[in-house]
Ligand binder design. Sequence first.
Ligand SMILES: CC(C)(COP(=O)(O)OP(=O)(O)OC[C@H]1O[C@@H](n2cnc3c(N)ncnc32)[C@H](O)[C@@H]1OP(=O)(O)O)[C@@H](O)C(=O)NCCC(=O)NCCS
Length: 383
Amino acid sequence: MNDKPTINYGLEGIYVDESSISKVDGQNGKLWYRGYAIEELARQSNFEEVTYLLLKGRLPSRKEYDDFTKKLKERRELPGDIKDLIRKMAPTAHPMDVMRTAASMLVMFDNDPSNREGDETTEKVISLVAKLPTIAAATGRFREKKDYIPPDNNLGHSANFLYMLTGNKPNEFESKLIDLMFILHAEHSTNASTFSVLVTASTLADIYSATTTGIGTLKGPLHGGADEAALSMMNAIGDPSNTEKYIEEALEGKKRIMGFGHRVYKTYDPRAKIVRSYLEESLTKEPSDEVKRLLQIALIAEKMMIDKLGKTKGIWPNIDFFAGPLYRVLGIDSHLFTPIFVASRMSGWGAHIIEYWQNNKLVRPLEWYTGSLDLPYVPMNNR
Ligand SMILES: CC(C)(COP(=O)(O)OP(=O)(O)OC[C@H]1O[C@@H](n2cnc3c(N)ncnc32)[C@H](O)[C@@H]1OP(=O)(O)O)[C@@H](O)C(=O)NCCC(=O)NCCS
């Protein structure tokens, strides 16, 4: 027998590729998309421009931006069969299951899904980026037995999503909040879902298969599903005065506090800081009692966790902790948090697929076998 190799469980600490898409500096709590600091993009850019940046590697000129946003708008609408599928599934299935199935069905409306020639992959990514918010919004509407709202091409990408979901045209602040969440979730290097997308893409399966894989991976509460799980914890806490007791007991019971900790960030997630600052700003704009209560709970929990685990174990708030309260400012139901993450992360997934296919290599890691060898086969009747 050979000596057992070092096994990096969860691929922790393993480099799987080179990439120029984003850099996460986990020690210093910094994040850049294509070299631009996330704080700058959150403050000055918008989701359409960020998507262009991720997919093409540079910021667009005015003309490139206009052409790109026009294309996104033209592709927002869904085929009727997909709306029918969503209508059937939405009342009972979790919105992430609806999204995964509807995204998978998009392959039927592409007459050459495996074509990777020229700009074909980028074009397919743009279509997916355009349609996934419509799928998420339709899912939210049909869940509540409301009518489908078609896209409004006078609205920007994420403001239109909010409109298709709620039926109300968002004001400037609401448009900024939803766009912020789209920007902040758009990309995050080789996280679990992006890696899973690349595993599927590495087999040269089509982009719809890769996207479906990504949605399935993002669903889990240790990854994208943490935003919904964190809000559900805040609701279980109920009143801010219960927060300390709840967190103490959860930690004593070795439970994980959702929205804290990260494989790469061992300090405050820079995206969480940005979301937190906008949440504080929303308190100046007549917030609901629910939002005030959630933020109070969040701030008590944040302080406790940083005191108990931040400085000792490097467990700090991540973006998913404050995302829920911010979505509640916009009146978005918690089941739709992760679908919004999908709609946004499609840009990052797409950028990685485009990059990976330039130098494709089938993903095939090894595992160390610990079972038996050469066992005698006993026919079934003799067992
Ligand atoms: C994200 C996450 C999976 C990363 O974890 P990881 O790098 O694999 O680290 P581990 O799971 O090995 O945890 C290391 C230690 O920290 C503890 N820990 C990690 N996250 C914790 C959390 N959110 N609450 C309480 N303890 C936590 C673990 O219990 C473990 O403690 P131990 O050493 O005493 O056994 C983890 O922090 C987590 O489960 N967080 C909650 C889910 C979440 O918010 N996910 C969104 C990420 S953006």
